[in-house]
Design a protein around this ligand. Structure first.
Ligand code: ADP
Length: 476
């Protein structure tokens, strides 16, 4: 079996040991062996990244832009092959995975443009004979720690702006999805990036992740709430810049006046596609009385017809969940819901398919209250709850009654309620007649409250995290 090594200072380096990457659609299918870096190797990677800073930030914006553009072109050209690899290691469907690779390509293309658009301000001084200029410097060595659910898009939306604005990178992907990260690294290595500018260190969070956190100048993280909190604490202790994207408990409000088919589509797609393993998934369906019963019935019927099977099989709509640990967590929450008194309108069970994998059918809970644990904590699986409410005001109040604030949606034909919701929902993303998941790549992404910490990611707003403002006074 080929050993996929870490990439440190422009060299492929074997780690202290290696982990085997398994296909969740077929646990007999081994994707490859991936090196785990030691703490010392992470420190080396940070050292190499630091050495490369002057050279990289000294490259012209055209040179950096060309390199990002090369990465984008390669991703586009290989999107089918890389999509298949991604679907194999993560379990989302082939179409979703190819779409994700195309998204990563688009992100690199977007930031190839942003590279040359970097600018500042020139202001009059309040004193005579002085000019004031406001410009942006790179932050330095950026540590990037990513989760498994978007194994190429999330790395792309952190790596592309980091490199665009003259930073160097030490990147740790999730343990479950090193193959997409390794393939992306190979593309970056061949795209003209000087040695040391981009480093891949694979391995566990407590070892490799912590070693990154201890040495870099800025850290960007996407993952669970628990890990995110500990990363923010450590980063603030070191007084380094930190950005953390964590969980959600995203509400989809469905009002009596909603277009019925739109509401059912938004609920099924937003809550269950990609096996609910999206931080923007709608896990709370907040539905007004008049439409409730009909809506629940229609959603349940749609769920019964969903094709859950091997991620690469033609016709599959939902693949397996990512691993045994996630499957156990999903089933544990189903039990918790039942014990709390929620009713299973559709009961999730493990499924047998031609190949052994982590197949789980959706669970739709009804008769739930917003106080239940299943409506407070992120489950990250194909499990959603319906909360019945009397009117829009109660729906909004319940939608906001959560410690999270990533995405929120409303299905309504009332302009008044739509606008009021947009203005008053406490979330970073607001959706009207659309699923809570499914986002563009060129606009900011992030949440409020416990969902996010630090500056926004993506689009033009990414520059705020990946650069430090300098104010220069020039006697003229
Ligand atoms: P999940 O439960 O979805 O795997 P995690 O937050 O545990 O989410 O993982 C997200 C990323 O954070 C992964 O790359 C993981 O290795 C990393 N990670 C986990 N624990 C730590 C930690 N203590 N310090 C730094 N990184 C960590």
């Amino acid at each position: 079996m080929t050993l996929h090594k870490n990439y440190i200072g422009g060299e492929w380096v074997a780690g202290v040991d290696a982990s085997v990457n398994i296909n969740p659609s077929d646990t007999n299918d081994v994707i490859g062996e991936f090196s785990n870096a030691s703490r010392e190797q992470v420190a080396d990677a940070i050292g190499e990244a630091r050495k490369a800073l002057v050279k990289w930030s000294g490259y012209t914006t055209q040179m950096r832009s060309d390199i990002l553009s090369n990465i984008s072109i390669e991703l586009f050209n290989r999107k089918e092959e890389l999509g298949e690899l991604l679907a194999r290691e993560e379990g989302k469907t082939r179409a979703e995975a190819i779409g994700e690779v195309a998204r990563a390509a688009n992100i690199f293309r977007f930031f190839a443009g942003e590279t040359v658009r970097i600018g500042g301000e020139k202001l009059a001084s309040v004193r005579s004979g002085i000019d004031v200029e406001v410009s942006r410097d790179p932050v330095g060595v950026v540590g990037i720690i990513t989760p498994w659910n978007f194994p190429i898009a999330i790395p792309a939306w952190k790596i592309a702006p980091a490199l665009a604005f003259g930073n160097t990178v030490v990147f740790k992907p999730a343990e479950l999805t090193p193959a997409s990260a390794w393939a992306l690294t190979e593309i970056i290595a061949k795209a003209g990036v000087p040695e040391g500018v981009f480093n891949l260190v694979m391995g566990s969070g407590p070892i490799v992740g912590q070693a990154i956190l201890d040495g870099v100048d800025a850290i960007t993280f996407t993952g669970s709430v628990k890990t995110g909190r500990s990363i923010v604490q450590r980063a603030t202790e070191r007084m380094i810049r930190v950005q953390a994207e964590m969980g959600g408990k995203n509400p989809l409000v469905v009002l009596d006046d909603a277009d019925f088919d739109t509401a059912v589509f938004c609920a099924v797609d937003g809550a269950f596609f990609q096996a609910g393993q999206r931080c923007t998934a709608s896990s709370r369906l907040v539905v007004t009385d008049g439409i409730h019963d009909r809506f629940v019935e229609a959603v349940a019927q749609r769920l019964d017809k969903l094709v859950i099977d091997h991620a690469l099989k033609a016709g599959t709509q939902i693949g397996p969940v990512v691993d045994q640990r996630q499957l156990d967590q999903d089933m544990r929450y189903v039990d918790i819901g039942i014990r709390e008194g929620a009713k299973c309108r559709v009961a999730g069970t493990t499924l047998k398919r031609e190949t052994p994998g982590f197949y789980l059918s959706p669970t739709l809970f009804v008769d739930t209250t917003n106080e239940m644990q299943i409506n407070r904590e992120e489950i990250f699986g194909p499990v959603a709850s319906v909360i019945r409410v009397k009117d829009y005001d109660e729906a909004l109040s319940i939608a906001n009654d959560t410690e999270f604030g990533l995405s929120a949606g409303i299905c309504t034909t009332s302009q008044k309620h739509a606008r009021h919701f947009q203005a008053n929902i406490q979330s970073g993303l607001s959706m009207l007649n659309l699923p809570t998941a499914g986002l563009d790549y060129h606009v900011p992404f992030g949440g409020r409250k416990g969902s996010s910490y630090g500056a926004r990611e993506q689009g033009r707003y990414a520059v705020d995290f990946y650069t430090i403002v300098k104010t220069s006074y020039l006697a003229v």
